[in-house]
Design a protein. Structure first.
Length: 406
C-alpha cells in the first residue's frame, strides 16, 4: 500500500483547518513508457505505485528528520488536513552566515548553472510569478536581496515594485505567525524564481497556516492577481475526497506548479490534474556537459484518488489513475542549489522537489504564452527525456529544454 494507513487523513469536507505538526494539445502515437530503471532505485522491483520497502515515514534510510545526506525543514509526516514543505537541506555543507560571502565560494548550483542546464531564456522580460507558502517569513525580502546581490541579478524589492508580500486575504498585512521551517521554504522559492527569471516580478502569498484549506485559499488569492504562474512547494498524503479541493488549483490561463513531494509515493496537490506536477532529479556537471538522472526520493506513482486525465491516456496501462509527475528538475540535495536563508543559518545548499516548482513556474513566466498542461504532453518531444523511455514515473516526460514545451 503506497499511502500510509493512518486514520482519517482528511475528511472529505475538510472542515476545521489544522496547524501542521512539526513545522509549524493532438497527441503523437502512444510512446513507450517505463518505471524507474532498477539502477536508480533502492531495490530492483519498483511498481507503478512506488518503491519497495516504503513505510509510513518514506523510504529505507529515511527518518522523520530527513534522508541520507539531507535534513527536512518540515519534519515528519503532515498532520491530518495539513501540508508539509518539501525543502531538504544538504548535510555536507555547513551554513555560512556571511551575507557578503563571495559567490565563487558558495557551494551548490548557481543561477548560471540552472539556466545552462535547462536552456531557459532568462534574458526575456518574463512576467509575474506568485509563490504560495504557509506562515510568515519575516526576512524573506532581505534574504532575496542577499541572494540577488551575490549573483548580480539586480534589485527586486517592495520599493521598486518587483516584490510584494500579501496575506491569505490578499492584503499587505497583518501577516500570519512566523515559522522557521516554512521561512526556509519561502526563501528557496523566491530565490529560485529569481535565479532563472531575474526580470520576473514576485508576489508571495502567505497562507494563515499549513492547513490545506488555508493554502488552497491562498492559491485562489494569488490567482485573482492574474500572474503567469503560481508555485506550490508543499505536499500532503492523498486521501479519499481530495478531488473536492481541485477547484482551488484550476485557474485557466495561469500555470500552477506543485512539488511532487519527497517521500517516494504520490502526493497531493501534485496529483491534481490542474497542476503541473514537478518531480526531482540529480543534476551534475561533467566534462561533456550536464548529467541528469532521476532522484529516488521523488514523490511519484499513480494516484489512488484522482481520475486519469485525458492528456495521460497513453499511460493507462501503467497508471489507471493520474500519474503524479509531469516533468522534473533538480531536487537531490547532494546536487542541490545555493540559497540564502536567515532561518537556515545563512548560505546553504538546498534540495527537495521544492526546488523544481518555483523553477518551472519561472520558466512558464518566460514562455511567450501560458498553455494548458495538455500542451506539454502534446509537445513532449520538446522536453529532454531521461533514459530510454518517453515517460517514467519518477521524472514524467523529462526535464525542460528551454520553454517550447510550456
Amino acid at each position: 500500500m503506497r499511502r500510509p494507513a493512518f486514520a482519517a487523513l482528511v475528511a472529505a469536507s475538510l472542515v476545521a483547518p489544522l496547524a501542521l505538526a512539526g513545522c509549524g494539445g493532438s497527441a503523437p502515437p502512444a510512446p513507450a513508457y517505463a518505471a524507474l530503471p532498477a539502477a536508480q532505485t533502492r531495490a530492483p522491483a519498483e511498481t507503478a505505485m512506488g518503491l519497495p520497502g516504503e513505510t509510513a515515514m518514506g523510504l529505507p534510510g529515511e527518518t522523520a528528520m530527513g534522508m541520507p545526506g539531507g535534513a527536512f525543514a518540515c519534519t515528519g509526516l503532515p498532520a491530518t488536513g495539513a501540508a508539509a514543505c518539501t525543502i531538504t537541506l544538504a548535510l555536507n555543507v555547513k551554513a555560512d552566515a556571511n551575507p557578503n560571502a563571495p559567490a565563487d565560494l558558495l557551494a551548490g548550483l548557481h543561477p548560471a548553472d540552472l539556466r545552462a542546464a535547462y536552456g531557459f531564456p532568462s534574458a526575456n522580460a518574463g512576467g509575474t510569478v506568485a509563490i504560495v507558502d504557509a506562515y510568515d517569513a519575516p526576512t524573506v525580502e532581505a534574504d532575496l536581496a542577499v541572494y540577488r546581490a551575490a549573483f548580480g541579478l539586480g534589485l527586486c524589492t517592495s520599493l521598486n515594485g518587483c516584490f510584494s508580500k500579501l496575506n491569505e486575504s490578499g492584503a499587505a498585512g497583518p501577516y500570519p505567525a512566523p515559522n522557521t521551517a516554512w521561512a526556509q521554504e519561502t526563501a528557496l522559492d523566491v530565490e529560485m524564481v529569481s535565479a532563472v527569471c531575474p526580470r520576473c516580478s514576485i508576489v508571495l502569498v502567505e497562507a494563515r497556516s499549513a492547513a490545506l484549506t488555508d493554502l488552497a485559499a491562498a492559491v485562489d488569492t494569488a490567482a485573482k492577481l492574474r500572474p503567469k504562474a503560481i508555485s506550490n512547494s508543499y505536499y500532503t498524503l492523498e486521501w479519499p475526497g481530495e478531488t473536492a479541493l481541485d477547484a482551488h488549483y484550476d485557474h485557466p490561463g495561469i500555470a500552477v506548479t506543485a512539488s511532487s513531494g519527497d517521500r517516494g509515493y504520490a502526493a497531493y496537490p501534485a496529483t491534481s490534474p490542474y497542476v503541473t506536477a514537478v518531480g526531482g532529479t540529480s543534476l551534475t556537471r561533467e566534462a561533456s556537459g550536464w548529467k541528469e538522472t532521476g532522484w529516488e526520493y521523488t514523490g511519484h506513482g499513480c494516484s489512488a484518488d484522482e481520475p486519469l486525465p485525458s492528456f495521460q491516456s497513453f499511460l493507462r496501462a501503467l497508471c489507471p489513475k493520474r500519474a503524479s509527475v509531469d516533468v522534473a528538475l533538480v531536487a537531490d540535495p547532494a546536487t542541490g542549489v545555493t540559497m540564502f536563508s536567515t532561518a537556515a543559518g545563512g548560505w546553504v545548499v538546498a534540495g527537495g522537489t521544492s526546488v523544481g516548482a518555483p523553477l518551472l513556474a519561472a520558466a512558464y513566466a518566460l514562455a511567450p504564452a501560458v498553455e494548458p498542461l495538455s500542451y506539454t504532453y502534446a509537445h513532449r518531444t520538446q522536453l529532454r527525456g531521461l533514459g530510454n523511455s518517453t515517460y517514467s514515473l519518477e521524472t514524467g516526460l523529462g526535464v525542460p529544454n528551454g520553454v517550447a514545451a510550456l
